[in-house]
Design a protein around this ligand. Structure first.
Ligand code: FMN
Length: 182
């Protein structure tokens, strides 16, 4: 049986949620989990998932406070039992700026995964300027995980290139999960 990849995210104004949706399209079957409205079924899905893709906007140069709360809640009991050991993990974030200190957020998420005994899967897409025929793909040049920029056009929230990069990242995690098993 193929278990859904779990994508727990927090989103203050919808941008991270939009990015999470695009990742879910690529990672299908996947389960989107808004950490502000979590149910026991969501926790069960996290525990069963072969891979978890963690997503938080970058707020003040790091993981949003409410997401830190989720991480600490998730670690309770699961850290001592190491019950997420050998699951795959990935991470994504979004900010206003090309840098915006978003790397700090991905570092925080990857360290959380390491503490939980998870195996971190980074990003692989190489876009412009190295591949000029792939404009908009991984435009911030992030390999540790997925970075995106909030789009000034609030009717779409993220750019087409960021959405496609997110779908490709989701597909990478799905392929890795299918290959790795659990
Ligand atoms: C409290 C706060 C702090 C922020 N800090 C940063 C930051 O350090 N770097 C950055 O690039 N953007 C920063 N932003 C912008 C958000 O990361 C950006 O708007 C993002 O798209 C928000 O995603 P969301 O709609 O899912 O909450 C900040 C926004 C808020 C509300």
């Amino acid at each position: 049986m193929t278990h859904p990849i779990a994508i727990p995210y927090f989103s203050g104004h919808g941008h991270t949620a939009r990015l999470a949706q695009a990742i879910a399209e690529g990672a299908a079957p996947a389960r989107l989990i808004d950490i502000e409205t979590m149910t026991q079924a969501d926790w069960d899905a996290l525990d069963a998932a072969p891979a978890i893709i963690f997503g938080s906007p970058t707020y003040m140069g790091s993981v949003a406070a409410r997401y830190v709360h989720f991480l600490e809640e998730a670690s309770d009991a699961r850290w001592t039992a190491q019950s997420w050991q050998n699951k795959l993990a990935g991470g994504f974030t979004i900010g206003t700026y090309p840098s915006g200190d978003k790397l700090s957020t991905l570092l925080r998420l990857s360290i959380f995964a390491a503490q939980m005994g998870m195996l971190w899967v980074g990003a692989t897409e190489i876009g412009a300027p190295v591949n000029p025929d792939r404009p908009g793909i991984d435009r911030d040049g992030s390999m540790l995980g997925l970075m995106a920029r909030s789009d000034p056009d609030k009717s779409r929230l993220i750019s087409d290139g960021d959405a496609e990069t997110a779908r490709l990242f989701g597909t990478r995690l799905r392929r890795a999960a299918d290959r790795w098993g659990r």
